[in-house]
Ligand binder design. Structure first.
Ligand code: NOJ
Length: 560
């Protein structure tokens, strides 16, 4: 029988390259993960989402896969993977693999064959088209800069790549491609993995008319209306569910840029047989400016509350939410949504955790978040490693759209490498991540911010996360309670209730450095109260009716 255990779980994301290096080559690896499983068991998480560990030339750090059934040399061998899986399961921790099937690497055997000749049986595994008058088939731009089409001399045609030119898009119209993918998924499920996080899975179905898109400042067309949530996406996911997922007891989450609540209902509705939940991008895109994340602007708490509330209410009856502040593509949560100054780093990190973990949905913790890691600000662009960051720097500078200073500001605030500097395990050299030279520099603040320190201090953010995770296990209201927003127009306080049976969970979070006054709306009535968690010392006898909040204060009460 399948259950909804994934609703009651807390997921922890590992980006293996930056997690822990066991052999001193400067790159995190699978044995490094196994060595740290005790840390995760102690934290209390239920599932690990493992970013890609498959064979890859690393144009996009493993999101360009050249062999879906082999482990990347940098990360170890299949034996290491099997051992890690066994050790995780022994500790009651499940493993969710990253499934990257919108595209492969151009070094995948399928693509090597496909590009070799128009007659190749693999030709139709990818999307090949003739150009017109020496121009690509459509005006679409790629996510990592330039055209989304690459001309290939061998056969005189273009192939589609929505990301880098080393990430050609697979042709999901081709049934053999789909079946090969399903076989590969079964290969991993048969090994005992517990589910998949599906990379840009709402991009797999392309509008077969291939129209041009609206042209942006960089001179490329926006193809997204023709591949985001495309015409056959639900049909494909239902087929995948029928042929693969329904045969196993899995956790699934689809990464879905541009997905709305209405679409999420279709992807995650119980009777739809597609996915368990989706990652939407609305809240992580707040404050995007003229050139998106590279020109960040001040965001408003009311906007963030509107977004969360829309998703909470929209999926209340049917479907399920995923909850996250950060991942390997986003800046560090505290720097982005809290305050990473020495005075408020831990307090604001605890506040953000309270706010997120007590919402309805499955919470995701990104590696290092539990010890309060922050963004990094390298002085030189040459210290960055991320293809998106480096290409954007070149494109915006060459195009004369942004100055070096503006671009560096955008990079410091929003580059993906903020999340990719190695996990800071101790105050040893390179934060105890490696005995060698790390592939990307460790954030220099590792002497103060590291796991060893956080684990040994009972008041640390780490112990606060542990407490939040335990609270979820002990209180079904946190999993199943109905959400309601309070104080809708307040620009400093995010307060909400969750109700379930005769209980109400009241959550109050101050997102500012100020000391605003909280007043409990009259509709929320109670005769008994219990303080469940707070990030400052609170007099437990105090009623949560009227009080002044401290900077970044968070409290949660159970009311009856
Ligand atoms: C989303 C992944 O999270 C990101 O890291 C990657 O670059 C793109 N998809 C392309 O696979």
């Amino acid at each position: 029988m399948t259950t909804n255990w994934w609703k009651e779980s807390v997921v922890y994301q590992i980006y293996p390259r930056s997690f822990h290096d066991s052999n001193g080559d400067g790159i995190g690896d699978i044995k490094g993960i196994t060595e740290k499983l005790d840390h995760l068991e102690d934290l209390g998480i239920d599932v690990i989402w493992l970013s890609p560990v498959y064979q890859s030339p690393n144009d996009d750090n493993g999101y360009d896969i050249s062999d879906y059934r082999a482990i990347m040399d940098d990360f170890g061998r299949m034996e290491d993977f099997d051992e890690m899986l066994k050790e995780a399961h022994k500790r009651g921790i499940k493993i969710m693999m990253d499934l990257v099937v919108n595209h492969t690497s151009d070094e995948h055997q399928w693509f090597v064959e496909s590009r070799s000749s128009k007659e190749s049986p693999y030709r139709d595994y990818y999307i090949w088209k003739k150009g017109e008058d020496g121009k690509p088939p459509t005006n679409w731009g790629a996510a990592f800069g330039g055209s989304a089409w690459q001309y290939d001399d061998t056969t005189g045609e273009y192939y589609l790549h929505l990301f880098s030119k080393k990430q050609p898009d697979l042709n999901w119209e081709n049934e053999t491609v789909r079946n090969d993918i399903y076989d590969m998924m079964n290969f991993w499920l048969d090994k005992g993995v517990n589910g998949f996080r599906m990379d840009v899975i709402n991009f797999i179905s392309k509008d077969q008319r291939y129209p041009d898109g609206e042209v942006n400042d960089a001179g490329f067309g926006d193809g997204s209306p023709y591949f985001m949530n495309g015409p056959r996406i639900h049909e494909s996911l239902q087929e995948m569910n029928k042929k693969v997922l329904s045969q196993h007891d899995t956790i699934t989450v689809g990464e879905m840029p541009g997905a709305t609540v209405e679409e999420a209902k279709l992807y995650t509705g119980e009777d739809r047989h597609e996915l368990n939940m989706v990652f939407h991008f609305e809240h992580v895109d707040v404050g995007n400016g003229k050139y998106g994340k590279w020109t960040p602007e001040q965001w408003k708490l009311t906007d963030l509350k509107k977004i969360f509330s829309r998703w909470q209410e929209g999926l209340e009856e049917d479907g399920w939410n995923s909850l996250y502040w950060s991942n390997h593509d986003q800046p560090r949560a505290i720097s982005r949504f809290g305050n990473d100054s020495e005075a408020y780093r831990e307090i604001s990190g605890k506040m953000l955790a309270t706010c997120l973990h007590l919402l309805k949905g499955t919470p995701y913790i990104y590696q290092g978040e539990e010890i309060g890691m922050t963004n990094v600000a390298f002085d030189s662009v040459h210290d960055y490693r991320d293809i998106e960051t480096l290409n954007a720097y070149d494109d915006y500078m060459n195009g004369g759209l942004l100055t070096h200073d503006d671009m560096m500001k955008g990079i410091h605030e929003r580059s993906r490498d903020n999340a990719r500097t190695p996990v800071q395990w101790s105050d040893d050299r390179h934060g105890g991540f490696t005995k060698g030279k790390p592939w990307i520099a460790v954030n220099p603040n590792y002497r103060d911010i590291n796991a060893q320190q956080a684990v040994s201090d009972p008041e640390s953010i780490y112990h606060y996360y542990k407490k939040l995770i335990k609270l979820r296990k002990d209180n079904p209201i946190i999993v199943y309670g109905k959400y309601e927003l309070l104080l809708k127009d307040d620009e400093q306080i995010y307060a909400y209730t969750r109700t379930w049976e005769d209980q109400t969970l009241l959550v109050i979070c101050n997102f500012s450095e100020d000391t605003p006054k909280f007043e409990l709306p009259k509709e929320v009535k109670f005769s008994e109260k219990e303080l469940c968690i707070a990030n400052y010392d609170v007099d437990i006898k105090e009623d949560p009716t009227t009080f002044t909040l401290k900077p970044y204060e968070a409290r949660a009460y159970l009311l009856k």
